[in-house]
Ligand binder design. Structure first.
Ligand code: CA
Length: 731
């Protein structure tokens, strides 16, 4: 069977090894055995043999000239944002407003996991390269979805306790016949694009610290650029460049100063250190992780990366003498050859609200006040949409794109936000900030359409009560944000929860970056929705948390087409073509940070959680298998613990369990909902002895006593009884 890529696939030895798929994850107590401990028969040990045909180019032969001239081959999606400028705009024009009614499912591929899917697929010459949960990599025929090879880096499930936001991965990079992926446990791995065999693998992070990689690598001038995450748990951020061929490290840029006893790693850091005052941030790490966005301008030869929040969250704990705390929440511009600092722009000086500037950055040329400006645009978590000069870092403009109350505005002269003094909360003075730590926008990619001049932006209106934990002590286990978790716990009263849910708004915004105002907006049923792609034919595609992939007109936001995917969609769609047919593809599957913590309160959609690649074309007529939603009933043991034990358990639950099993014991549908657990007889064995550690539920004995475990159990049982009346049949 000869493929368009010129490869012959053969000798597929499907050993079909039945094995457990690790649905579980990290930090928290309890696990719920029966449903999630699901046994799957996978295609794990598949071997594929490829023979290159004489006439075809090398497989996945992506290089700088192809990426720079990506518009000459719109059938491919060569890099994360399609171009180095990350515009996520497809010039393909076969699918139009007029024929959209014929757009249907061409094929789909169901992955073995049921965890969050956030990746943007890469398409090179008829092959899709994409990552799934647990940092797995897949190569599929772009025409029919046939699996060409699969690579599983076998991340230890116990590593999940070191993750803030699900076992996700946002994509791979492809370069000169190799595929690159960053893994949850901090490895950067180069695979042979022909067969998925490992070419090299390096550990990019200290393995004794809770670092993780979920972001897609970028490749510039034969260097693989990779960052990492972990600021919620306590790490020091950095970004590194590795030789694409050998894996040798070329440079590393630390984003925050380290131990003052040690020499500075760069002049930029020496300058940055002057903006940190008092405190011992380096013992916790300081934060500033580069966990997602990058962009590259090949003409200016500037690499841009976005820097995340502080560790711990509040400046009050981190740098009690004040200061901007550079380079937290900043866009940093460097030379890709050396990592040498060029300029930075800090979106949130003194960040205390988890306001990362790791969100998608787009390079474009915009006509502003009669002048064409080379700009970089970002809508970071803090709620302001920024337009900067990408050559100099000069501030051009910023406007709030969602409700913002931590700052009144961004000053046009200084380019600095005018922060309200009361926003700097402490141990006694809380502050309910808009946006909250989920941000006005987070990792879900935007799209810039040069035809409409608009940026399509998945926005969220959220709020969050921040207060410093008066008993804060950093511990190297689980979240360590220094926030009073109890203050932020959702109410247990159903009516109050409904009111909060109603106040959370998710929308697709079409933002005019020149006028800094919305052109149109579409309201969604919940805040957690998908990334965006726009096309040359006035179309915008976006999935949503209710399980639909929709198409809108790019100029007016009119809904033109909809497909029910049965599962929530977070990832951004792409468009590509094979043999003259245009396709729209999107990774479907619910998960990520927000759904883990409050997902159960966000949506009423009774969907299943499937990890699935959906691919559409004109005339596509495939059907999805029937929706399967497990039926569950609340059946907790009797409530015997005194109220004070339940209250103590509530505080401990929100400190150690809520980030995975859900605030107020309402699961987002990704990890077990403990209200329904039948594992009470083996509670201590799970929570303290690590009975299910090979599923990601590690022992919590280093932070919890037997009395603590019993108190948490009492709280969980109490929550199940509370909800029995109104949630009897809800899964
Ligand atoms: Ca964060």
């Amino acid at each position: 069977m000869v493929k368009s890529t010129g490869m012959v696939k053969g000798a597929e030895m499907q050993k079909s090894v039945c094995r457990f798929t690790y649905q579980f994850h990290r930090m928290h107590l309890m696990v719920w055995l029966t449903l999630v401990l699901f046994v799957g028969c996978g295609i794990q040990n598949q071997e594929t043999v490829r023979i290159k045909s004489q006439s075809s180019p090398t497989v996945a032969n992506v290089d700088a000239s192809r990426i720079i001239q990506a518009d000459n081959e719109p059938q491919n999606w060569l890099v994360h944002g399609r171009t180095y400028g990350e515009q996520r705009y497809s010039p393909l024009s076969q699918i139009t407003e007029d024929n959209l009614d014929r757009l249907g499912l061409a094929w789909f591929y169901d992955f073995e996991t049921k965890r969050g899917m956030e990746a943007t697929p890469i398409v090179v010459d008829g092959v899709i390269y994409v990552s799934g949960s647990w940092s797995r990599v897949y190569a599929l025929s772009a025409k029919n979805g046939e699996l060409l090879w699969e690579y599983n880096p076998k991340v230890p499930p116990q590593w999940a306790v070191n993750l803030c936001c699900d076992v996700v991965n946002r994509g791979v990079a492809v370069w000169k016949g190799m595929v690159y992926v960053g893994t949850l446990d901090g490895r950067l791995i180069a695979l042979n694009a022909e067969d998925g065999q490992v070419v090299w693998s390096v550990q990019t992070t200290p393995i004794d610290k809770p670092y993780s990689i979920t972001g897609a690598p970028r490749i510039v001038k034969d260097k693989v650029i990779i960052g990492n995450g972990g600021a919620e748990l306590g790490v020091r951020g950095f970004v590194s460049a590795y030789d694409a061929k050998t894996g040798e490290m070329h440079w590393r840029f630390y984003t925050v100063p380290g131990d003052p006893k040690d020499p500075f790693e760069s002049l930029a850091l020496e300058r940055a250190a002057k903006t940190w005052k008092g405190g011992e941030w380096w013992k916790i790490g300081g934060g500033g992780t580069v966990w997602d966005s990058m962009a590259y301008d090949p003409v200016l030869d500037i690499l841009y990366f976005g820097v995340g929040n502080g560790s711990p969250w509040s400046r009050y704990l981190r740098s009690p003498g004040g200061g901007d705390n550079l380079f937290l929440s900043s866009i940093v511009a460097v030379r890709p050859d050396t990592g040498e600092y060029i300029w930075h722009y800090q979106t949130t000086p003194g960040d205390s609200w988890d306001y990362t500037a790791t969100q998608h950055m787009i390079l474009a040329d915009l006509k502003i006040e009669g002048q064409v400006r080379k700009v970089i645009m970002q809508a970071p978590k803090n709620g302001f949409f920024y337009v900067l000069d990408r050559e100099t870092g000069e501030f051009i403009s910023a406007k709030a794109f969602v409700d913002v109350n931590w700052a009144s505005h961004v000053d046009a002269e200084t380019g600095r936000p005018v922060i309200k003094p009361e926003a700097f909360y402490d141990k006694t003075k809380p502050f309910v900030s808009m946006p909250g730590p989920a941000g006005g926008h987070t990792w879900q990619p935007m799209s810039f359409n040069p035809q409409t001049g608009l940026v399509y932006l998945p926005a969220m209106s959220t709020a969050y009560p921040y207060q410093v934990d008066s008993k804060f002590e950093h511990q190297s286990f689980g979240w360590s944000t220094g926030i009073d978790d109890l203050v932020a716990a959702m109410p247990e009263d159903e009516a109050q929860r409904k009111a909060i849910k109603a106040s959370l708004k998710g929308r697709l915004l079409a933002w005019d970056p020149v006028r800094q105002e919305p052109k149109w907006q579409v309201e969604h049923a919940n805040i957690w929705n998908g990334g965006v792609v726009s096309t040359a034919t006035n179309l915008v595609f976006q999935g949503n948390g209710e399980g639909f992939l929709n198409a809108y007109s790019a100029d007016q936001g009119k809904k033109l087409w909809s497909f029910f995917a049965q599962t929530g969609i977070m990832a951004a769609p792409i468009s590509y073509a094979v043999d003259g047919e245009q396709y729209i593809a999107v990774m479907a599957g619910w998960g990520g940070g927000v759904p883990l913590i409050i997902g159960g309160m966000l949506t009423d959609a009774a969907n299943q959680n499937v990890s699935r690649l959906l691919v559409f074309k004109l005339g596509g007529d495939k059907q999805l298998p029937p929706l399967q939603v497990p039926h569950k009933e609340l059946n907790p043991p009797p409530m015997t613990a005194p109220p004070e034990t339940v209250q103590r358990g509530k505080a401990l639950y929100h400190k150690y369990c809520g980030a995975c099993h859900g605030n107020s014991v309402i699961s987002g549908g990704i990890l077990p909902d403990l209200r329904y657990t039948q594992l009470h007889p083996v509670w201590d064995q799970i929570v303290l002895d690590g009975l299910l550690s090979d599923r990601g539920m590690v022992s919590f004995r280093q932070v919890l006593t037997e009395q603590d475990a019993a108190a948490i159990q009492a709280y969980v049982i109490a929550r199940a009884h509370q909800d029995m009346t109104n949630l009897k049949t809800k899964p």
